[in-house]
Design a protein around this ligand. Structure first.
Ligand SMILES: [Zn+2]
Length: 295
């Protein structure tokens, strides 16, 4: 961090996370240090430069940041957050504008492109594979509710506390896989599936505020959303019971729900999703790069 490179937009990469392929990138902090005249501006990113990844950035206080021409909210101290979706492109750009001098810097980063497997899921209720016409309006309305619950841009920073698994159990489904339900190709899987008996306690993986409680959504069954700030949210689905209440603040480790098999599911398991607004992130990458610090 104290090593300054006298050049424009030099990227210092602490690891070879740009490697492609199945293996996930290892720990990465990208530090971009630029000397413009005598003023020093710096862009720091923590996280994996990979599809499905959460990234936490810092710039000089007062700076602005655009990701691919979209303005991202930057806190007064320079903190900002963004996520890379399942199919994020192989190159992204961040434009930073220094608040005092107005100097612009365009930073380009390579994003590791992942390969996703196919998973065949047989035995889900057939109506959840080919939904009858009379439920299409219900499905649309529920999607709006979920979108609203993930749209908050709270100034709180609960995500900085890190994340822990919401329960223990074998992983039976991963992020990004192409799904074939009862023989029919469906949308990809975005959650981390953890198998556990019906009724098993689900604990908050990080602090946050509950923004949605719904006991019976068509696809996701019992559904709970917790907002961790800056558009980062956790969604828990197929629940048999939701313990937390809408609007409630929860702390990491609080009991929030119970495992079920409601909605499009073949058996009891928790499906845990993490979003940056509507961009779906990989919970395993978030756990790996932003683990809750040991108490
Ligand atoms: Zn799932």
């Amino acid at each position: 961090m104290n090593e300054l490179i006298k050049s424009k937009g030099i990227k210092i990469e602490s690891d070879s996370a740009m490697k492609l392929g199945m293996s996930l990138p290892r720990c990465l902090i990208v530090l971009v240090v630029t000397l413009v005249g005598s003023a020093v501006s710096a862009l720091e990113l923590t996280g994996a430069l990979s599809q499905g990844s959460l990234l936490i950035g810092r710039v000089a206080p007062g700076s602005t940041v655009e990701l691919m021409n979209h303005q991202i909210r930057v806190e007064a101290d320079g903190l900002f957050v963004f996520g890379l979706g399942r199919d994020a492109p192989s190159k992204i750009t961040l434009l930073t504008v220094d608040g005092r001098e107005g100097n612009q810097e365009l930073h380009e980063f390579s994003v590791a492109q992942r390969e996703y497997r196919e998973q065949r899921v047989n035995g889900v209720p057939q109506k959840t594979v080919t939904p009858p016409n009379e439920v299409l309006e219900r499905i649309r309305q529920e999607a709006v509710l979920v979108k609203q619950a993930r749209s908050g841009d709270g100034h709180y920073r609960d995500f900085l506390r890190g994340f822990q698994k919401p329960l223990k159990g074998p992983i039976t489904g991963v992020y990004g896989s192409r799904r074939v339900y009862n023989g029919k190709p469906g949308s990809p899987h975005y959650g981390l599936d953890i198998a556990a008996p019906k009724g098993t306690d689900v604990f908050a993986p990080a602090p946050g505020v509950v923004t949605l409680v719904h006991r019976d959504m068509f696809y996701s069954g019992g559904t709970l959303i917790v907002d961790h700030g800056h558009g980062i949210s956790s969604t828990f689905i197929h629940l048999s019971d939701v313990v937390a209440e809408n609007g409630q603040r929860v702390e990491a480790g609080d009991l929030i729900a119970r495992v079920g098999a409601t909605g499009r599911a073949t058996g009891p398991h928790l499906d845990w999703r993490i979003n940056w607004f509507n961009v779906r992130l990989d919970p395993e990458l978030v756990l790996k790069y932003f683990p809750a610090s040991a108490e």
